[in-house]
Ligand binder design. Structure first.
Ligand code: ADP
Ligand code: MG
Length: 225
């Protein structure tokens, strides 16, 4: 598990949403939420480098890469997997094809649970390049891997899929999606930790979305074929 990161010198300390504050992570779902340039990739790359993940994929016991800025990462010896959305996007973490299938998106109850099980199997298939020991609980560092998932698929992704994955993996993920904010869970099973990297950013996004939906409801016309 990666428990925290704090930057002590260099450019990350000059980013307004990061500075010198200690960012703490829980054992389940942690979402880095902020606009472009707020430091999401900086944080994830740093955690990957400190864990010996190199440019992507599983940590392999190599020595952590030196970084051109000061940072302290608190972590244990569990394995770490790192993927960003730009490199290897064709081998993407999320199996988009059936996530976006309309029949599935409309599904409820057992059918939806079946879909989520399939998706979890699919994702774990991609992670199987490293065999996990019984007591291992890896961390997944995911940089905007949901970028190419359409709006409808986001609901399954954030409402169901990451919740299921977080039973077996600690997840630290950056995103531009508003869904993890809207669907945030706070229960005995799941306490989603939303790390907001720009002042009032979550409120502003929810407000703008609310205004758009209100306008849409007032005109009450889909008018699209
Ligand atoms: N190696 C670097 N040296 C100096 N500034 C950098 C470096 N890498 C990124 N930055 C700057 O840090 C800021 C945050 O970038 P980044 O972490 O990529 O944000 P995000 O992923 O949230 O879009 C940007 O202003 C970017 O230009
Ligand atoms: Mg980025």
């Amino acid at each position: 598990m990666i428990s925290s990161v704090v930057f002590t010198s260099g450019y990350p300390t000059r980013l307004r949403g990061i500075g010198r504050r200690r960012l703490a992570f829980n054992d389940r779902i942690n979402v880095l939420f902020g606009p472009n340039g707020s430091g999401k990739t900086t944080i994830l790359k740093t955690l990957a480098a400190a864990s010996g993940c190199g440019r992507g994929g599983w940590s392999d016991g190599r020595r952590p890469e030196p970084l051109p800025y000061g940072v302290k990462v608190e972590r244990d010896a569990q394995p770490v997997f790192y993927q960003d959305c730009y490199r290897d996007s064709e081998k993407s973490f999320v199996g988009v094809d059936y996530l976006e299938a309309h029949a599935y998106l409309r599904s409820t109850g057992e059918k939806r649970i079946g879909l989520v099980n399939e998706l979890v199997d699919d994702i774990e298939g991609r992670l199987r390049s490293r065999k996990l020991g019984r007591n291992e609980r890896p961390t997944l560092l995911l940089d905007e891997v949901d970028n190419h998932v359409g709006f409808a698929g986001q609901s399954i992704l954030w409402g169901d899929l990451f919740g299921r994955l977080s039973k077996r993996y600690q997840i630290i993920i950056s995103t531009h999606s508003i869904f993890p904010v809207l669907l945030r869970r706070n229960s005995s099973l799941r306490q989603d930790n939303i790390v907001v990297l720009a002042e009032r950013y979550a409120e502003i996004c929810v407000l703008e979305l609310g205004k758009a939906i209100k306008r849409f409801n007032a005109t009450n016309a889909l008018g699209i074929g």
